[in-house]
Design a protein around this ligand. Structure first.
Ligand SMILES: Cc1cc2nc3c(=O)[nH]c(=O)nc-3n(C[C@H](O)[C@H](O)[C@H](O)COP(=O)(O)O)c2cc1C
Length: 261
């Protein structure tokens, strides 16, 4: 399978399948390949957001024309980069990281993660979400006390919340907004991985104390916390996936096109 566009990145910190990076990207990586200007998180007019590797995709065409909703028009770092990882590589080599090196994450990198996260789709574009980044040692320690799913000492913890003030009362819609938060978090995870960081979405936490700790208003409900940091040197084997034919069907459930077991 070939990716429809490539994501240029800095340095060689992004490992291939089965390998883990153990340190931060070079300082150039802090340029924030997804963020554009470090300050605003928005880059204007530097090139296509997607570089079509094959036939022009709607992604490439649309992005070239007008950037995305956040004004990000390029995934290519301004100063260029020495290596290219395909978007597909980034997606398939991501896995959870639960132990971290002690390096802090540069502000520009955090900005780029946030920009990637906010580029996620949302039902009716309501963006019924809110996020808190916790980077202080004290804040992280306090969060960990109520989140047994956070292991190790991450450099940052993201708290991802549904904003109920932006959610229609319909029960189906309420569920949908959790999906939107999950999509934003997946963007965050992939952007982190693309820059040599490791992260883990964590649902195992006590919402009430976390709510209090972060001084969240009542309409915000924390649904995931995400520790993130540069991966420690030793990482366990990647998790396995169920067999494709068990979980993916063609046309109707249980039916597979010829050639697929
Ligand atoms: C919604 C959700 C909740 C999760 N909650 C936790 C958690 O509380 N603690 C934890 O260690 N991992 C948690 N994970 C991470 C999964 O265990 C992990 O994604 C899974 O084992 C597959 O591993 P991989 O992502 O490395 O492929 C969660 C993942 C998702 C998607």
């Amino acid at each position: 399978m070939r990716s429809t566009f490539s994501l240029r990145r800095y340095g060689a910190s992004h490992a291939g399948r089965g390998r883990r990076s153990s340190g931060p990207p070079t300082s150039r990586a802090a340029g924030g390949e997804l963020a554009g200007d470090a300050g605003s998180g928005v880059r204007g007019g530097r090139g296509p957001a997607c570089e079509p590797a094959g036939p022009a995709t709607s992604c490439g065409v649309a992005a070239r024309r007008r950037g995305n909703a956040l004004g990000v028009t390029s995934l290519v770092p301004a100063q260029g980069g020495s290596a290219t990882a395909s978007f597909f590589d980034v997606v398939v080599t991501r896995r959870v990281v639960r132990s971290y090196a002690s390096q802090p994450i540069p502000d520009e990198v955090v900005d780029s993660l946030v920009t990637s996260m906010l580029a996620a789709p949302s039902g009716a574009n309501r963006q019924a979400w809110a996020f808190v980044t916790v980077r202080s040692e004290r804040g992280i320690r306090a969060l960990r006390a109520f989140a047994p799913g956070i292991f190790g000492t991450p450099a940052m913890v993201l708290a991802a919340c549904v904003d109920h003030s932006r959610v229609p009362e319909h029960p189906v819609s309420r569920g949908a907004h959790r999906l939107c938060v999950a999509m934003a978090v997946e963007n965050f995870l992939l952007a982190a991985h693309a820059q040599g960081l490791g992260a883990c979405p964590v649902h195992s936490f006590q919402p009430a104390p976390v709510h209090r700790l972060l001084r969240l208003p009542t309409h915000l409900e924390p649904v995931l916390v995400v520790p993130v940091g540069y991966p420690a040197a030793d990482q366990p084997e990647a998790s396995r996936r169920r067999p494709r034919e068990e979980v993916v069907a063609d046309e109707t459930f249980g039916h597979h096109r010829p050639g697929v077991a």
